[in-house]
Write a protein that binds this ligand. Structure first.
Ligand code: PEP
Ligand code: MN
Length: 250
């Protein structure tokens, strides 16, 4: 279905999108969403269809997670986002959340990009983990040319020779993408580093470089998380990060 919207998205600054890597249960999602809402966060994230490197790893709750997203929205009023991995799931994902995310592994999936270009909901376009800046710009053009200018770019780290961190966050890409595309750019220091202790410094670095916001993974009990626990913040740690961001970034 074509639902087109031509307008560059205006976002509150800094836009803070937070939530678990994966939606694991109603209780986990609601507990997190209520905590975030009470803190003042406006955007909730949570994976329903998870692009995992191993086919044996937790793949997400799929449709059940989308129902949980709807409940989160109903009960908290937060704006919600989740990744669309497969165009066959477009209608159910479209109905469940406010923002549609394209993950790093799908940045080069041009038919999926075109499909999202035909929608009237904002798209969060993550940078491919091995994508050049030029390729990332062109990926955003696929969405734009299909009719949707509501794009938020997300720097989430790229592969480099160094494996000390999960990825290498390309801070320079933030001002470059803003200049080249005129689109809002956010940063994801959770996937960008893979280490929870680096989430605060890299959030501040990204925002200082002009990022319009950050996306951060938060879990009530990271040690029990079914995905990305090691980079997820618990509530106390996230609260500190949130207040640091709010107090330092005007
Ligand atoms: C995510 O944000 O849930 C995710 C899988 O990130 P990425 O696509 O950047 O790896
Ligand atoms: Mn994750």
């Amino acid at each position: 279905m074509n639902r087109i919207m031509n307008q560059i998205i205006k976002i509150e600054k800094p836009m803070i999108i937070a939530g678990p890597c994966s939606i694991e249960s109603y209780d986990q999602a609601i507990e997190t969403a209520k905590f975030l809402k009470d803190l003042g966060v406006t955007h909730f994230r949570g994976g329903a269809f998870k692009p995992r490197t191993s086919p044996d790893a937790f793949q997400g709750l799929g449709k059940d997670a989308l129902e949980i997203h709807k409940a989160v929205k109903r009960e908290t009023g937060l704006m919600t986002s989740t990744e669309l991995m497969d165009a066959r799931d477009l209608d159910i994902v479209y109905d469940a959340v406010d923002y549609l995310q394209i993950g790093s592994r799908n940045m080069h999936n041009y038919s999926l990009l075109r499909t999202l270009g035909e929608q009237d909901k904002p798209v969060i376009l993550k940078r491919g983990m091995a994508a050049t800046i030029e390729e990332w710009i062109l990926a955003s053009e696929y969405i734009r040319k299909a009719g949707n200018d509501q794009i938020i770019l997300c720097e989430r780290g790229i592969r480099s020779f160094d494996s000390y961190t999960r990825n290498t966050m390309d801070i320079a890409a933030i001002p470059i993408m803003k200049q080249e595309t005129g689109l809002p750019v956010i940063a994801d220091p959770s996937h960008g580093t893979g280490k929870r202790e680096l989430v605060l410094p890299m959030s501040l670095a990204a925002l200082a470089a002009g990022a319009d916001g950050v996306m951060i993974e938060v879990h009530p009990r990271p040690e029990e998380a079914l995905s990305d626990g090691e980079q997820s913040l618990d509530f106390d740690a996230f609260k500190k990060v949130y207040h640091e961001i709010k107090s330092r970034i005007l």
